[in-house]
Design a protein around this ligand. Structure first.
Ligand SMILES: [Zn+2]
Ligand SMILES: [Zn+2]
Length: 253
């Protein structure tokens, strides 16, 4: 295996982690969890399919844990507050805290009442089946396109899936830890904004703005802030594939 093959594999892995991050913020966070925008069913399905294969995240569980986070934000009851658990614990073990909360049926029932399953939600054990199918498809893609021997390509493909998952989890953990402690605040809540984190998390790093305007389809509040997912949402809206309320958008006080 040559150095250039390794570099291409790393680039593909990082791009896939970014794709998952964009699908998470646009579909899972802004549309499904906070209903800040409405996506065309085909776009919603494709984004859910991407998350199913690349992350195994179960939308209902994610929405329930995240809504609880907003309700108790940095107080007793918040599933992953750095003020309660400590910054390093949330940064490196956010996934463990998240899984612990998803195992609480009361949380799921209370925060996602009247949940309607889509096609993918009907797949049994979706959180396990998705990653197995996704890693297999990625391995087959590496077998087809890298020119490596079958087994070597398959191993690199599976390794790429897991590395992507690690990057994806870490980016999510940064929001819940660093973006509640370090950075600037436009509004009077404990969350913080970090523009450089927003660059690598599809806008999620503007977390202080988000806690102030949770149902806003965009996370920037000032012209000088940049929310990478916002131009994509605008484009989808122009194409008739997304709708949002202008009046609910985050804006400077
Ligand atoms: Zn938060
Ligand atoms: Zn939120």
């Amino acid at each position: 295996m040559t150095v250039s093959t390794i570099l291409w594999a790393l680039l593909a892995t990082v791009c896939l982690a970014q794709l998952s991050t964009f699908c998470t913020t646009i579909y899972l966070h802004r549309a499904v969890t906070h209903r800040g925008l409405k996506l065309h069913p085909v776009i919603a399905f494709l984004m859910h399919l991407e998350l199913f294969l690349a992350t195994g995240v179960v939308p209902r569980e994610w929405a329930a844990v995240h809504r609880k986070h907003h309700q108790f934000s940095d107080q007793e009851g918040d599933p992953h507050s750095p003020y309660i658990e400590g910054l390093w614990k949330v940064l490196f073990f956010n996934y463990v805290l998240y899984k612990k909360e998803t195992g609480n049926p009361e949380t799921i029932k209370k925060y996602t009442p009247n949940w309607t399953n889509d096609l993918i939600d009907h797949i049994p054990f979706q959180g396990k089946v998705g990653p197995i199918v996704g890693a297999t498809l990625l391995a087959l893609a590496y077998v087809s396109f890298t020119g490596l021997g079958f087994w070597m390509a398959a191993v690199v493909g599976v390794a790429s899936w897991y590395l992507h998952a690690g990057i994806y989890i870490f980016l999510n953990s940064m929001i819940n830890s660093v973006c509640h402690k370090i950075g600037y605040r436009n509004f009077d809540n404990k969350a913080t904004n970090l523009q450089w984190v927003a660059w690598i998390t599809a806008g999620e790093g503007l977390h202080n703005n988000h806690h102030e305007f949770p149902t806003s389809a965009r996370m920037k509040a000032f012209d000088w802030e940049f929310d990478p997912a916002w131009p994509i949402i605008r484009l989808l809206e122009k194409l008739g594939l997304a709708q949002y309320q202008e009046s609910s958008l985050a804006k400077a006080a």
